[in-house]
Design a protein. Structure first.
Lengths: 258, 273
């Protein structure tokens, strides 16, 4: 218990120490590309908390949330169907593995040509890139359902609906959640990348613009914001996941004890 | 403990008992042609209503294969199986199976009562009946207090009780158990054996239990089906005439007990050599 508290304290203080070190080290900086952290923080507050919150942060976050949600739902549905309908799996699994080998960001130029510089383009590139981790994880999770659980389904003559939705899906859910977490990361990357082409709106666009106009403090402020969003979205995801999969976490803990 | 679970047909005293389960010439071969492996050659035995029968055999003789064929988890290569005189194929509705590995046969994401509920859902019973079935089954195995807990929060013996309760709530004609007490400690094992006999006495359940433990087979059984050889076949069917009710201390101390144990063990040893 003592050890646990100590670790927690360490985990909380370490980032602050790092920030403090950055603050101290950069305070006298005259390098145009590495401005003092105090300047960056001032710009951060000016830019993101007031001026551009509605015009840039909200559109970026909206694209991220819609794109990720669509990718997660589609990934689970398509993965589930592919894993449970053998004919479809045989037909599509090889091409699926080829498709997911394409780096997600490479899809952005294609979509610009097809859809144009719109939010639909940005959301669809997020969906297309982020769907694969969830999809593959769902397929693998369903394939890995324990043979003895399948036997239980057969002996008690469960109908197809109960078998698929009440046994296979929950049994695969830890793997599905891990896939979704990767999807979230990919969605975030593609959100930024999609804003770095052909638009003046969004966090990615703002950051790129600052870099191209030699406004180093603004650029660093953008990067800081992106880091913060990435970190917080992951924390939020973990919270939801730990709640939904409390049975899994609990049973794993028991396994370790015994 | 008195239970209100309606009993399945009790064997009527005096009348000739009807075979509840009749297995005739069951055979199982894996593969085809010269590479095929014959696991079960010819198994014939029958179980009467309300009887506890143990199938005993050395490890690797094909006991699990036999159960999988009986439970419809694997197709058999030959022979017939009849329940109450009706031939069955596929997983019979009248049968419930308690698996050896309780930790992998219960759903860890469901509470104990939801685990019991799952096999009942497709039966579309009235809600009140579902509730009584679950309550009575948990009561029978002494786990009423654990209804809202998760299986992984319980000890191994308790988890196996949950698996037994799930089978009871399903109200099968025949309860089949695959080495159900193999992975619990010795003390828990005695308790679960007595639970098994209690279920038979109170509910008139017909129980077929597969085990490699000869002492357990002698203690539990009305009859023992000793199987051996490769491929598996019935060596002998032995009646166990130890007095009922059985008692872990006194029954095991009887000279008949050790006599039977010696007999079964030598049968199995002979078939192995």
């Amino acid at each position: 218990m003592k050890r646990h508290l100590f670790n927690l304290a360490l985990a909380i203080t370490a980032p602050f120490v790092l920030i403090l070190a950055w603050f101290k080290a950069s305070s006298q900086s005259t390098n145009a590309f590495f401005p003092p952290l105090s300047d960056i923080l001032v710009r951060f507050a000016d830019l993101w908390i007031f001026e551009h919150f509605v015009s840039d942060i909200i559109p970026s976050m909206r694209n991220l949330i819609i794109g990720f949600a669509l990718a997660a739902v589609l990934g689970v549905v398509i993965g589930f169907i592919l894993a449970t309908v053998p004919v479809l799996r045989v037909l599509f699994e090889p091409s699926l593995h080829l498709l997911r080998g394409i780096p997600p960001v490479a899809l952005v130029p294609i979509l610009i040509t097809l859809v144009g510089f719109t939010d639909q383009m940005r959301i669809s590139s997020i969906v297309i890139a982020a769907v694969f981790p969830t999809l593959i994880a769902t397929m693998d999770g369903i394939k890995a359902v324990d043979a003895s659980l399948k036997d239980v389904c057969t002996v008690y003559r469960l109908d197809r609906k109960d078998r698929l939705l009440s046994v296979y899906l929950p049994s695969a859910s830890p793997q599905i959640a891990a896939g979704m977490q990767v999807s979230l990361l990919v969605a975030f990357i593609v959100m930024i990348a999609s804003e770095m082409m052909g638009t003046a709106q969004g966090i990615g666009a703002m950051t790129l613009l600052a870099q191209q106009t030699f406004m180093a403090a603004d650029m660093w402020a953008g990067i800081l914001l992106l880091g913060l969003i990435g970190f917080l979205s992951n924390v939020l995801f973990d919270l939801v996941k730990n709640r939904a999969l409390s049975w899994y976490i609990g049973s794993k803990k028991m396994e370790k004890v015994s | 403990m008195n239970s209100t679970i309606p009993t399945t047909t009790q064997p009527k005293a005096g009348s000739t008992p009807v075979a509840r389960l009749e297995v005739q010439g069951l055979a199982k071969t894996y593969g085809h042609g010269p590479k095929s492996v014959e696991v079960i050659k010819d198994l014939t035995f029958s179980i009467h209503a309300g009887e506890v029968v143990c199938i005993v055999g050395p490890s690797g003789v094909g006991k699990t294969t036999l159960l999988k064929c009986l439970a419809g988890l694997q197709p058999s290569s030959g022979g017939t199986m009849k329940i109450d005189g009706h031939q069955v194929s596929g997983p019979p509705a009248e049968m419930a199976l308690v698996f050896q590995d309780y930790s992998r046969s219960l759903m860890p994401w469901l509470t104990v009562e939801k685990n019991l509920l799952l096999p009942l859902r497709h039966l579309h019973l009235p809600a009140a009946e579902v509730r009584t079935r679950i309550e009575e089954a948990l009561n029978e195995v002494g786990l009423s207090h654990a209804a809202k807990r998760y299986p992984w929060q319980l000890s191994g013996g308790m988890q196996q009780r949950v698996a037994i309760a799930r089978a009871l709530a399903y109200r099968p004609e025949i309860l089949i158990m695959d080495e159900p007490f193999a992975s619990v400690d010795a003390q828990t094992r005695f308790d679960l054996e007595d639970l098994c006999l209690k279920i038979r006495d109170e509910l008139g359940m017909t129980i077929l239990l597969v085990t490699h433990d000869i002492d357990e087979a002698v203690y539990l059984s009305d009859r023992i089906v000793a199987i051996g050889n490769k491929p598996a076949q019935v060596l002998e069917v032995l009646p166990v005439d130890l007095p009922q009710p059985r008692n872990q201390i006194t029954s095991r101390a009887l000279p008949e007990f050790s006599g039977l144990r010696t007999k079964v063990l030598s049968l199995i040893r002979q078939s192995e050599s």
